[in-house]
Structures are given as C-alpha cells and as structure tokens.
Design a protein around this ligand. Structure first.
Ligand code: ADP
Ligand code: MG
Length: 253
C-alpha cells in the first residue's frame, strides 16, 4: 500500500479469557506511513490487541489482515517475516550481554526453531549477518556509540531504544510499540519521540500503545481509544482530546 492506504485491518477481533471478554469485537485500521495511537485505561485490552495482531495469542473470533492478506492465526514468526514487528510492555533484555548482542539475539530467536537451540545451529556466515544487521539498526537510531556497553548498565530510555533496534532487525513495515515512554524521564521521552518521527519519515507505519497523553498527542496522526475491551472512539488527537466520553473514561475529568 502507498502512503495513506490501509496497511493493517483489525476486523471485529475478539479475545475471551474464560468468562472475561478482554477484546470485544474491535475493528480499526493502520494506514501506511502513519503513527496510530492506541490508548485507554489499564485493562482496556490494548496489550491483548497487540498479542492478537502479532500472533502471540490466538483470536476467539475476527480477522486480522496485513497488506491485503489474512494473517489470522499465523505463528508469530511468520507474521514477523511478513513485516510486522513489536516490542513488549516490559523490557526484555539480557543485562549481562552487550547492547549489540542483545539486538542480534532477536535475529536468532526469529530463526528456524524459534528457540535458543537456533543459536547453537546458526552458522558463522549467518551469525555475521545478524551482527551486521544489529549494528546497522543501532546506528539507524543513534545508538552505535553504545553498542559494546553492557545492556544492564543502560538507563531505561536507551534500553527501550535497544528494543526498538531489535524490532527493526526483521525489516518491518509496521512497528508495534507497547508503552515505550512509560517510566522515561522527559529528555528520554524527547529522544524516543525523535526516533519515532524519524522512522515515520523513512516510511515506517507505527502503532503505539501509550498512557502519556502529552507524548501521544504530539506524535500521532490518529488515535483509537479502548475501554473495557471495546473501541470507544477514533479520531485525530484534537478530536480525542475534546471528546467528553474519552475525558470521562480515560482522563477522569
Ligand atoms: P491493557 O494492556 O489495556 O492494560 P490487557 O490487554 O493487558 O490490558 O488486559 C485486558 C484484560 O484481559 C485485563 O482484564 C487482563 O487482566 C486480562 N488478561 C490479559 N491477559 C490475560 C491472560 N493471559 N489470561 C487471562 N486474562 C488476561
Ligand atoms: Mg498493556
């Protein structure tokens, strides 16, 4: 799809956990080249929606389409290969490995078996390719100078950037970030926003779960609001900010 056209379609997607309807027939789309925000109170179903799009969880009902193809129920590695990549709400790094090794590790885990066993079977040429790609992606987001540091020594902001570099190694056209700004200091948020704007400028599409209103208002093209598993509204940042029902549900005013 070219700029502005539909890239990802979430069509009446539903997820039940026992009696709990975590995602209740939710539909929205991500357009090529946009940053779409996904907001809502804790427990609204945002992370579950990410897990349904990326194949981490199977849907109870509904379809997910990407580039016009039905990807519902595909294993997460296949979805990644088609061009959807993600970070998780909680930082997943190995503190006693370097930044570079942590980024390259993502490539091993996407390998044939999807387990650490893949690392043991990876040949030298493939290993060099993974490390070269990791280095390239770290440079892309301005982290090249820190690649030999222990990941555990980084502050939270750079750790989140590390995770973005890792997600970029599979060459995605759509990047899903689950609360990337949570817990960051003001300067770190600014650095993160700068990286996300740069990626958008390079033609990437982004779906961003975020709690920080100021952060998301300045960054997104459109926003989808969820509450209790359902889609409450979608609109531009200013439409969402002005909506009485969003204020009632989310802002508590
Ligand atoms: P959000 O990311 O918007 O805070 P989640 O998607 O994490 O919300 O959770 C939505 C609802 O689904 C919550 O009530 C949560 O407790 C429930 N939930 C999430 N994952 C599971 C799971 N694996 N098993 C059971 N319930 C879950
Ligand atoms: Mg969440």
């Amino acid at each position: 799809p070219t700029h502005g056209e539909s890239l990802l379609q979430v069509d009446k997607v539903r997820k039940e956990f026992g009696g709990l309807v975590a995602v209740n027939d939710v539909s929205f789309e991500v357009r090529a080249g946009e940053i779409l925000g996904l907001i809502g109170p804790n427990g609204a179903g945002k992370s579950t929606t990410f897990n349904l799009i990326t194949g981490v969880l199977t849907t109870t009902a509904g379809r997910v389409r990407f580039r016009g193809e039905d990807i519902t129920g595909l294993p997460s590695r296949q979805i990644a290969r088609r061009g959807i990549s993600r970070t998780f709400q909680h930082v997943k790094i190995i503190p006693e490995m370097t930044v570079l090794e942590n980024v390259a590790l993502g490539g091993y885990l996407r390998g044939s078996s999807g387990t650490v066993g893949a690392m043991l079977r990876t040949d030298r040429a493939e290993e060099r390719r993974l490390f070269a790609e990791a280095e390239r992606q770290l440079a892309r987001i301005g982290m090249a100078d820190r690649m030999h540091e222990m990941a555990g020594n980084l502050a939270l902001g750079p750790q989140r950037l590390l995770e973005i570099a890792r997600a970029l190694c599979s060459d995605p056209s759509l990047l899903l970030l689950d609360e990337p700004a949570a817990g960051l200091r003001h300067k770190e948020k600014q650095a993160l926003a700068e990286v996300l704007r740069q990626l958008k400028g390079e033609g990437m599409s982004l779906l961003l779960v975020e709690h920080d209103m100021e952060f998301i208002m300045g960054l997104t093209d459109r926003i989808v609001v969820m509450e209790f598993g359902t889609l409450l509204m979608e609109g531009t940042p200013s439409e969402v900010q002005a909506s009485p029902k969003v204020r009632a549900a989310y802002l508590g005013t």
